[in-house]
Ligand binder design. Structure first.
Ligand SMILES: Cc1cc2nc3c(=O)[nH]c(=O)nc-3n(C[C@H](O)[C@H](O)[C@H](O)COP(=O)(O)OP(=O)(O)OC[C@H]3O[C@@H](n4cnc5c(N)ncnc54)[C@H](O)[C@@H]3O)c2cc1C
Length: 371
């Protein structure tokens, strides 16, 4: 009989996206704690979400990544955004929620991979293709976790501190009984389109509202664009918008976007469907546990706040974890939660103001919910 493998680590981070890797790098750079990241994917799944304000570079500086390498290897040329929001006349701005002029379009695969590589370079462990399934807290508030690896089978993990960095589904929070407050059920349904070699694709994001939501397109490397329709879950079900034929019809009915994507070819027959709603979790009452990134607070993608917040919250959490393990008090968790709550309330107000600028369909289900 073979015995399950064991991992002992000070901090276990579940999820290897920008929040998890930022927390890991901060811990490895600025504390003596050992860190393991468990990631359920094989690291090659397609990531969406790519528009960031230039302040993301201050975060990569803090994480001691080479700024030039980040720009050269992980971004496509600098951007602006054109939106048909509230009017058929285009308006231009770089980032809707911030006053910063400069923004970047990330190559998410490259960017997330660069962060993971930094974790490994600093001596952290990254275990892909592994899912945690059972979390038990011991009397001293440490954690005993059962995980399954696609090749190595059952693995037991012991850690002092557990971090949920699993993204919007807040998988760990749900399993350890942490409540979530959900504001809306926005969903993004989209695909990647390939332009042919002599087709010029615009170096900007394009946003166009319609009666039941809004469309968004952004340029990615290799002459590809991501095109996503954002609307509510019930509207998607009602109009069967996750079916390619219906989604294509809706795209063909846009006024502006249809001209941009004309002649481009879909890279996959299947559409991606992603949660994109706003929500917040509250982890302050659970000892030796914290949620970061989308697992803690999820923002509407119109804000372009997700990646920046994921990284910032990861860095803050790292600081909090090393303090808590030294002084054995959860006061810093209470403050962290208050900060998240304040940030979220400000965001909700800004989002409301932004959605209110679209008055053309104010009585439709989608827009009346947001006004
Ligand atoms: C359609 C769309 C467009 C977006 N556009 C933008 C944008 O333009 N700009 C922006 O800033 N943000 C955008 N976002 C948001 C942005 O993608 C997220 O905020 C960001 O990825 C959050 O990072 P994270 O590390 O918290 O989570 P994620 O990036 O979701 O990473 C979570 C990781 O955890 C892993 N995982 C999940 N469950 C488990 C488990 N049980 N065990 C192990 N691993 C697990 C997942 O495989 C994943 O790798 C967009 C989101 C959507 C849906």
């Amino acid at each position: 009989m073979t015995h399950p493998m064991h991992i002992n680590t000070d901090v276990l981070i579940v999820g290897g996206g920008p929040s998890g890797t930022s927390a890991a790098i901060s811990l490895l750079l600025y504390s003596d704690l050992s860190v393991t990241i468990v990631e359920k994917s094989n690291l090659s799944t397609t990531k969406v979400g790519e528009h960031v304000s230039a302040s993301v570079l201050d975060l990569t500086d803090y994480l001691k990544l080479d700024r030039k390498e980040v720009i050269d290897q992980c971004t496509v040329p600098s951007y602006s955004s054109t939106s048909y929001w509230g009017s058929d006349l285009p308006s231009r701005n770089d980032s809707i929620f911030t006053t910063e002029n400069e923004s970047y379009q990330l190559d998410r695969q490259e960017f997330d991979f660069m962060l993971l590589k930094k974790v490994v370079d600093l001596g952290g462990k990254v275990v892909p293709r592994m899912s945690c399934k059972n979390y038990e807290q011991t009397d001293d508030n440490h954690w005993s976790i059962k995980a399954t690896h696609t090749e190595h089978g059952e693995i037991n993990i012991n850690c002092k501190y557990l971090i949920d960095a699993t993204g919007r589904k807040s998988n760990v929070c749900r399993q350890v009984g942490i409540p979530t407050t959900t504001i809306d059920k926005l969903i993004g349904v989209g695909t990647f389109l390939q332009a042919n070699t002599n087709q010029k694709i615009p170096h900007r994001q394009i946003i166009e509202t319609i009666e039941y939501g809004w469309w968004y397109t952004s340029q990615l490397p290799n002459n590809t664009i991501a095109v996503t329709l954002f609307t509510d879950a019930d509207i998607i079900s009602e109009h069967k918008l996750s079916e390619t034929a219906n989604w294509n019809t809706a795209l063909a009915e846009t006024k502006h976007l249809k001209h941009i994507v004309s002649g481009m070819i879909s890279k996959s027959p299947k559409l991606y469907v992603r949660d994109a709603g706003s929500k917040i979790t509250n982890t302050s009452q659970k000892a030796n546990f914290i949620a970061i990134g989308d697992a803690a607070v999820s923002f509407d993608p119109i804000s372009s706040m997700g990646i920046g917040f994921a990284m910032t919250s990861g860095c803050h959490a790292a600081n909090l974890v090393s303090t808590q393990l030294k002084v054995n008090s959860n006061l810093t968790s209470v403050q962290y939660q208050k900060d998240l709550q304040n940030h979220f309330m400000q965001y909700l107000q800004t989002k409301k103001n932004y959605y209110q600028q679209e008055k053309r369909w104010s009585s439709s289900t989608f827009w009346s919910r947001r006004n």
